[in-house]
Write a protein that binds this ligand. Structure first.
Ligand SMILES: NC(=O)c1ccc[n+]([C@@H]2O[C@H](COP(=O)([O-])OP(=O)(O)OC[C@H]3O[C@@H](n4cnc5c(N)ncnc54)[C@H](OP(=O)(O)O)[C@@H]3O)[C@@H](O)[C@H]2O)c1
Length: 256
C-alpha cells in the first residue's frame, strides 16, 4: 500500500482520537467504529481498508473475535501490553508502540511512537504528515526489544503507583530500587519468553528519560494486569526466571 486513504478506527478513545486527528490532518478519511456503531463494515472482509484497533487490552479478545473474517494483515494493534502470552501468535498483524500520553485534554509526546508490520510504512507517513512523531521499525527482533522496553515502562507507570498510592515522580524518587527491579525482571522474563536479549540498563534509562512530563500521573486502580505485570510473572514462570517484585505487587492488588 503506497498511500493511506481510509482507515476504520475501532475504539475512538484517548489514543484513537489523537491518532485520528493526525490522520485526518494528513487527508486520510477515518471511519469511527464504536461499541455500538460501525461494526457491520468493520467485520466485512470485502472492505479492504486497514482496521486501526485502539481499544484497551481487556477489550481486545472480543474485538479480534469479531474481526476474525478480516485478514490479519489488515489489522493494526496499538495496545500497550504483552499480547502474545495471553492471545498466542498474532500472525501478520501490524503493531504500534504508542509513546504519547493522552488523557482527556492532556497530551504529551514522550518520544516517537514505533510501528512495525505490513501497514507500518503508510501509517507512519500519514501520522508524521499529520504532526505526530512516529517511526517504522522493520526489524522484527528490534521491534520486540522495543516492545519489552515499553512493557517494562508500563510495569512501572501503573501497578506500583496504585499499590503505594504515589504519583509517578514521587514513586521514582522514593522507591527507585523497586522500580529498577521491576524493569530488570521484565527484561529478563519477557526477553527469555520472546527469545531476545534486552539490556535492562537501556530500559531503565528510557524510563527516566521519558517520564519527566508525566510525573503527576497516579493510578487509582491497577489496570490490565494480566497483560502487564501479570504477564511478566507468567512469562517468568514459563521460562524459569524469578519475578519476585512483580509477583508481590500483583498479589497486593489481588481480589481475596
Ligand atoms: N492513553 C494513553 O496515553 C495510552 C498511551 C499508550 C498506549 N495506550 C494504549 O492504548 C490502548 C487504548 O487506550 P486508551 O487510553 O485510548 O483507552 P480508552 O480511552 O478507554 O479508549 C478505548 C476506546 O475503545 C472503545 N471500545 C471498547 N470496546 C470496543 C468495541 N468492541 N468496539 C469499538 N470500540 C470499543 C471504548 O469505548 P467505551 O468508552 O464505551 O469503553 C473507548 O472509546 C490501551 O491498550 C492502552 O494501553 C494508551
Amino acid at each position: 500500500m503506497d498511500r493511506l486513504e481510509h482507515v476504520l478506527l475501532i475504539g475512538p478513545g484517548n489514543v484513537g482520537t489523537r491518532l485520528a486527528a493526525a490522520l485526518e490532518a494528513a487527508g486520510v478519511r477515518v471511519e469511527r467504529v464504536t461499541r455500538t456503531d460501525g461494526w457491520p463494515r468493520a467485520a466485512d472482509p470485502g472492505v479492504a481498508s486497514p482496521r486501526l484497533v485502539a481499544v484497551r487490552e481487556d477489550d481486545l479478545p472480543d474485538v479480534l473475535d469479531r474481526l476474525a473474517p478480516v485478514a490479519r494483515s489488515r489489522l493494526l494493534l496499538v495496545q500497550n501490553g504483552f499480547l502474545e502470552p495471553v492471545l498466542g501468535e498474532l500472525g501478520d498483524v501490524s503493531r504500534g508502540l504508542i509513546w504519547f500520553t493522552a488523557k482527556g485534554e492532556f497530551f504529551a509526546e514522550l518520544r516517537p511512537s514505533v510501528f512495525s508490520g505490513p501497514l507500518a510504512d503508510p501509517l507512519v507517513r500519514a501520522l508524521v504528515a499529520g504532526g505526530l512523531a512516529a517511526e517504522v521499525q522493520t526489524d522484527r527482533r528490534a521491534f520486540m526489544r522495543e516492545m519489552i522496553i515499553k512493557g517494562a515502562w508500563n510495569g512501572v507507570v501503573g501497578l506500583p503507583l496504585a499499590v503505594h498510592g504515589l504519583a509517578l515522580g514521587e514513586y521514582l524518587e522514593r522507591c527507585a530500587d523497586e522500580a529498577r527491579a521491576l524493569v530488570d525482571e521484565t527484561c529478563a522474563a519477557a526477553g527469555a519468553w520472546y527469545g531476545v536479549e534486552v539490556d535492562p540498563e537501556a530500559a531503565w534509562r528510557r524510563l527516566l528519560e521519558t517520564t519527566p512530563p508525566i510525573r503527576w500521573v497516579r493510578a487509582s486502580s491497577a489496570r490490565a494486569l494480566r497483560w502487564r505485570n501479570g504477564a511478566v510473572v507468567a512469562m517468568g514462570r514459563a521460562r524459569g526466571v524469578p519475578t519476585p517484585v512483580n509477583e508481590r505487587l500483583v498479589e497486593a492488588v489481588a481480589q481475596p
